[in-house]
Write a protein that binds this ligand. Structure first.
Ligand SMILES: Cc1ncc(COP(=O)(O)O)c(C=O)c1O
Length: 460
């Protein structure tokens, strides 16, 4: 009975095949690959979920020959679209261990070892941001989940402070630099948005925030329970005026959340660390290690200066959880489930922890600096080409530029041509109503030659 759960000769053969596949995936250069329609995939893969199964060997063949080629490898050195990823070898390998370990990292009672290690990685990030010893948090699936959870904690904190919900309804304040996930989070939790005019690069500044709040009716201003700043805006890679925003938030007792999902890696890099001045005064921040801190998907670190508000709103109470929640006992030391909207959770911070432990934090500093150096070299290369024009000097590792004389359709032709030729995966973007070229770097293996191939395709 139940051959699925026994380690049989077939399982042994499948183990070898899977490990060999995973090994070849990380040992050798991978193609960029592409996409396919659902109809094409159905035709080529055939029926895969059937009563008697197709067998592991065949399922692996379908994955490697049909399905994997219909995905783009974000860790390819020429993957420069959106925000790519570039996990270290040790992080990827340890992800296999996490999957094999059946550890539920929701509560200390059965996840202590995994949670201790995750907390080491969180502490490293908290220290980089300059957060105090009492700071703490949890790894959630991504920046969207991190922003949502931070805002829920912020609102709970304000409700306690104000003694309930304001008559005008809750609001958050943001600028043009804010990530789209924050608007979604606001819809999910039914709060309004106060839009603050950005500076010439779209950044949120303390002065503009103060002016906007001062211009509001006092009741409405009091309903603003959180400000979300970006430390690494996704579209332009800019960093908001964190210190100026902190001044305003402190004065008005508003929760200050920093979305450093993409840019937080810069905290480790001496050449840009100063741009983050003020983050140490935030109430919460997020960083996605699956973006520029070399971890596999999915992984967002959510850190609170004082985790009490989050604990108050997220803790789940149930008869079967009474032992888990018992205060002051060894087995309830730190329950990650209490710090975001979730209960069961994969110990998704472990690949980052294992990689940090393997290579050391200096290697992270060097990896991030390497990417910043490449970004500056890319900006120089663009300045040197007559047909290209930088939109702004890069602050982190995003480069926005225009191809003089191009219409919108030319940018579409550009990215499609590069992908069809398997040269690179890039995407245009829109910035203040104009279609532009955008490159985002996170991979230390990307070289200026990879970039030149992308730029050369704009001259022909
Ligand atoms: C600044 C920022 N915040 C939030 C997000 C959302 O993160 P995720 O895709 O991990 O949910 C992103 C994604 O690119 C981002 O760049």
């Amino acid at each position: 009975m139940d051959e699925m759960h026994r380690y049989t000769d077939e399982t042994e053969a499948l183990s070898r095949a899977i490990v060999a596949y995973a090994r070849s995936r990380i040992a050798s250069a991978q193609p960029l690959d592409g996409s396919a329609t659902g109809e094409e995939l159905s035709r080529r893969a055939g029926e895969t979920v059937i009563a008697e199964g197709i067998g592991g060997e065949e399922a692996l063949r379908v994955w490697s020959e049909v399905l994997a080629p219909a995905t783009i490898s974000t860790d390819h050195p020429s993957s420069m679209a959106f925000v790519p990823g570039a996990p270290t070898k040790a992080a990827v390998l340890f992800d296999l261990v996490v999957g094999a370990s059946s550890t539920i990292a929701a509560g200390w009672i059965d996840g202590a070892g995994a949670i201790w290690a995750e907390n080491q990685a969180l502490r490293w990030l908290a220290d980089l941001a300059g957060f105090p010893a009492g700071a703490g948090g949890v790894f959630v699936s991504g920046g969207s989940a991190g922003n949502l959870s931070a805002l829920v904690a912020a609102r709970a904190n304000a409700a306690v402070r104000l003694g309930g919900r304001p008559a005008t309804g809750w609001k958050i304040a943001v600028a043009e630099s804010v990530h789209s996930s924050v608007a979604t989070a606001a819809r999910v939790i039914d709060v309004g948005i106060v839009e603050v005019p950005g500076d010439e690069r779209g950044r949120l500044t303390g002065d503009a925030l103060a002016a906007t709040l001062n211009a509001l009716d006092p009741d409405e201003a009091a309903s603003v329970f959180a400000v979300v700043a970006s430390a690494g805006a996704t579209n332009a890679g800019t960093v908001d005026d964190l210190a100026g925003i902190a001044d305003v938030c402190e004065k008005r007792e508003i929760w200050f959340h920093v979305d450093a999902a993409y840019g937080g890696a810069g905290l480790v890099a001496p050449s840009v660390r100063e741009r983050f001045r003020g983050i140490e005064r935030a109430d919460s921040f997020i960083v996605d290690p699956h973006k520029w801190l070399f971890a596999p998907y999915d992984c967002c670190a959510l850190v609170y200066r004082d985790p009490t508000a989050a604990h108050g709103v997220f803790r789940q109470e149930a008869g079967y959880l009474e032992t888990v929640n018992q205060p002051g006992v060894a087995w309830s030391e730190w329950n990650p489930a209490d710090y975001a909207y979730h209960l069961s959770r994969r110990a998704r911070g472990l690949p980052l922890w294992f990689s940090l432990a393997t290579y050391g934090t200096d290697a992270y500093r060097d990896g991030v600096e390497h990417v910043l150096t490449l970004t500056r070299a890319t900006a120089d290369e663009i300045r040197a080409r007559d047909e290209l024009e930088l939109v702004m000097d890069p602050e982190l590792s995003v480069v926005l530029f225009r191809r003089l004389g191009w219409a919108d359709a030319d940018y579409e032709t550009w990215w499609r041509g590069l992908l069809d030729a398997q040269i690179a995966f890039v995407q245009p973007t829109s910035w203040r109503g104009e279609k532009l070229a955008r490159l985002c770097f996170v991979n230390p293996l990307t070289t200026i030659d990879h970039v030149r191939a992308v730029l050369d395709a704009m001259t022909t």
